[in-house]
Design a protein around this ligand. Structure first.
Ligand code: ATP
Ligand code: ZN
Length: 300
């Protein structure tokens, strides 16, 4: 078997909003890379896992066609590709395995300030400019609205000013671009964030094991992001109440304290952030010597 066939390929965005987050996430999984001169490929130094750096729109296709085993892209792009394949009689050969909690945005319909918009029925008979033709078509069908979809590959927000459309449907995060173009958001078509997709093609066993390992590490990295390790002393009598107050923790460890019968040490991983209010409530319930530490790695 050729050695390249034994390596895992992950497609990530070459240059854009998702690039730094994607690289950072993979590095936190313990992967080290060297980038090729043309910057289109990153060779995995310490594991047989390489990166392909491409336009985000190409990522679902590369994973569906089994050129890459995994990919990181926005749900907006993944959804558009899935619907596109379906409408041409095909089927997406990938599945979503994780939401990554970055790249948050929404695909939204926006109207010029001077348009009287009431509800989704106001879109009936209008022209809507978008790069997300499939997603918008699906949304309009679901809402029983007939409208003309005008394809724009970029700068969708200027379509109404050019007289090319009555509304636009585009990605929004802060809304600043809309405001700058005298547009107001009127409908949310899709809430999006970056996700990991995996090819549905069956992988050779050693490759599947490698994919499982990387997915397990990704899961660990995502879980610890908000997690904290909390240590405190508590009277035995207050243990039940204190355990209830620990946010998102399952099984606190209870350790006896030397020369102190009625007090114990409690250690727990909290899978949510621990705020000052929680510490104050714990103290009120009888806890003392409270210590909250960040968690760096976790393997369930
Ligand atoms: P390319 O096609 O060259 O890879 P792009 O211009 O399509 O780049 P970016 O603008 O970098 O892509 O956006 C990449 C992804 O980031 C989007 O598909 C979306 O999932 C997410 N995103 C988050 N916020 C926004 C936003 N305000 N506008 C556009 N995309 C956003
Ligand atoms: Zn793109």
């Amino acid at each position: 078997m050729d050695s390249t066939e034994q390596r895992i390929k992950i497609a990530i965005q070459k240059s854009g909003r998702l690039t730094d987050h994607s690289l950072d996430l993979l590095e936190r999984c313990g992967l080290k890379f060297t980038q090729s001169k043309d910057q289109l490929f990153c060779y995995g130094e310490n594991m047989p896992i390489d990166l392909l750096l491409v336009r985000d729109d190409d990522i679902p296709g590369l994973v569906s066609d089994d050129v890459c085993d995994l990919g990181i892209a926005g749900l907006n792009v993944i959804n558009e590709k899935r619907l596109g394949l379906l409408s041409s009689g095909g089927c997406a050969q990938f599945r979503q395995v994780f939401a990554l909690d970055f790249g948050h945005c929404r695909l939204a319909i926006a109207a010029p300030y001077d348009v009287a918009y009431e509800n989704v029925a106001s879109l009936q008979g209008s022209r809507i400019a978008t790069s997300y033709v499939q997603t918008l078509r699906h949304y309009l069908e679901k809402n029983n609205v007939q409208a003309d979809i005008e394809y724009f590959s970029g700068a969708v927000e200027i379509a109404p000013k050019l007289g090319k459309a009555d509304f636009i449907c585009d990605l929004v995060s802060t809304g600043n671009t809309l405001t700058a173009n005298q547009l107001v958001e009127v409908e949310t078509v899709l809430q999006s964030e970056a996700v990991v997709i995996q090819t549905s093609a069956p992988l050779a066993e050693h490759k599947q094991q490698l994919v499982n390992r990387i997915l397990q590490r990704l899961d660990g990295v995502l879980q610890v992001r908000e997690s904290k390790y909390i240590m405190l002393h508590a009277p035995r009598s207050a243990l039940a109440e204190i355990a209830d107050l620990l946010p998102g923790s399952e099984y606190p460890t209870v350790i006896p304290l030397d020369s102190c019968d009625d007090k114990v040490a409690v250690h727990a991983v909290c899978r949510e952030n621990v705020f000052w209010e929680t510490l104050e409530n714990l103290k009120e319930a009888g806890a003392s010597s409270l210590l909250v530490l960040p968690v760096e790695k976790m393997l369930a």
